[in-house]
Design a protein around this ligand. Sequence first.
Ligand SMILES: [Zn+2]
Length: 529
Amino acid sequence: MYNTLIRGGTLIDGTGGAPYCADIALQDGKIAAIGHDLGAAAQVIDAKGFCVTPGFIDIHRHGDAAVFRPGFGVAELRQGLTTILNGACGVSLVPFGNRHKDELLHYLEPITGRLDPTIPTESLGAYLAALRQVALPLNVGMMLGAGTVRADLFGYAEEEPADLSPIHRALERGIADGAYGISLGLGYAPECFYTTDGLIRALQPLKDGDIPITVHMRHEGDGVCDSVAEMIAVAKALRCPMHISHLKAMGKRNWHTKIPRALELMAQAREDGVDITCDVYLYDAGSTQLLHLLPPDFLKGGVDAICARLRDKNQRDLLREAIAHRHDFDNIAQMVGWENIMLSALNLPEYQHLIGKTLAQAAELLQLDPVDCLCQLLADERCAVTMIDRMACEDDICTILNDPHSSVISDSTYPTSGKPHPRVYGSYVRIFERFVLEKKTLDLPTAVRKITALPAEAMRIQNKGLLRVGMDADINIFKPELLHERATYLDPTQESEGMDTVFVGGVPAILHGAWTDAGTGAVIKHQAG
Ligand SMILES: [Zn+2]
């Protein structure tokens, strides 16, 4: 007798193939059989009229600290997410020792929120061991951030370290500890200081291996195609898998032209034998540190050095000049305009009234020029400010979705205060509600594939992403037309609705809409070989 039988559902199995009707039997956390008349089970779920899919997989979240917080997982499971990877964009919350610890934690706060100080950060192994003590509602794995590795060892200095072997050893250890990939954040300090050759030298331990590099590229606006070319060159030099994170073309002047070209470059590289894939998030607004508006030369030396620069009148004038005229960095303020940059998290009591306001509005309220307003907020908050910037265009998102090698991610950030981006709560419902049913950009099997088998393949996550005998029993049961994203930019912390039943490891985490508190998620690790 099986543990569970899911009877009479329409299976959308993750391959992208046509839906078909069959029963699924679950036993000991695995899919034990798929077919008809499978026999008796202790628990029978009637799925007639429902879609049955693999559990959804988000390979790009910043929940490194959030996974330890009470209540974590509800917002995720309400969208059918059963597996997530944290540690994206080069800024994982491990590994680091004490030398730059406070600075690192403070620098990462707008992205990951505050970390419980009892959680060990010195190695991925120690961090994952601590995570194993938590009753996780869903499966959680990690990538190792190459930016964190460099900042831990060499701080935020601009000069390339003369001896890269400590970086090599840290990457090797992270891989041995089970990292699914090495994430890069080439738009952030200190990785923005790498030359392409320096980057290839730093990543030597990945050469000829099967550990993917995931990359938040150096440029995502005017220079996005150059950045794609750069990453293809890195992949060719290292002969390892390359995955471009949150592909986008920021700034109106780049819409409609840059993305088709970027996808073409990747298709060409694949013909040349390069293993390259990409992902996209489903919103025309991003969310990151407000610090990201500054050019790389303003980010040298870490928080104290940055704050000193922001308070210096001459430096402010230089910044004004840079934002007005420079094109050699992702000049977000210039590309999208102050009216499209919303302040989403600030810590100081005197600035709480600015949360939800754009920089243009904040400048007016503080009676400052926008550049002075930016400098004052960043300096007073010691750089820990989060923004939501409206910079992309939905047509480009659709173009990326239509590429057969693109997965869908959320890029969820978890600042401890202020307003999160609605994508934390809504991404995996939005794909159906907006891009399958409303805009008809994707058909149902393709949409399911982009949030199951494709991301699992890209990150070498084994035994997940397909409805197949022997795979892990992470399974969703739902009617697509009942899924609804409730989160909005002004009221983001609202759970999605409509997911009927979600199995994690063969046990329902949500059963007919009710939260079960099963806690059957696992810490997952990359398995070598
Ligand atoms: Zn990123």
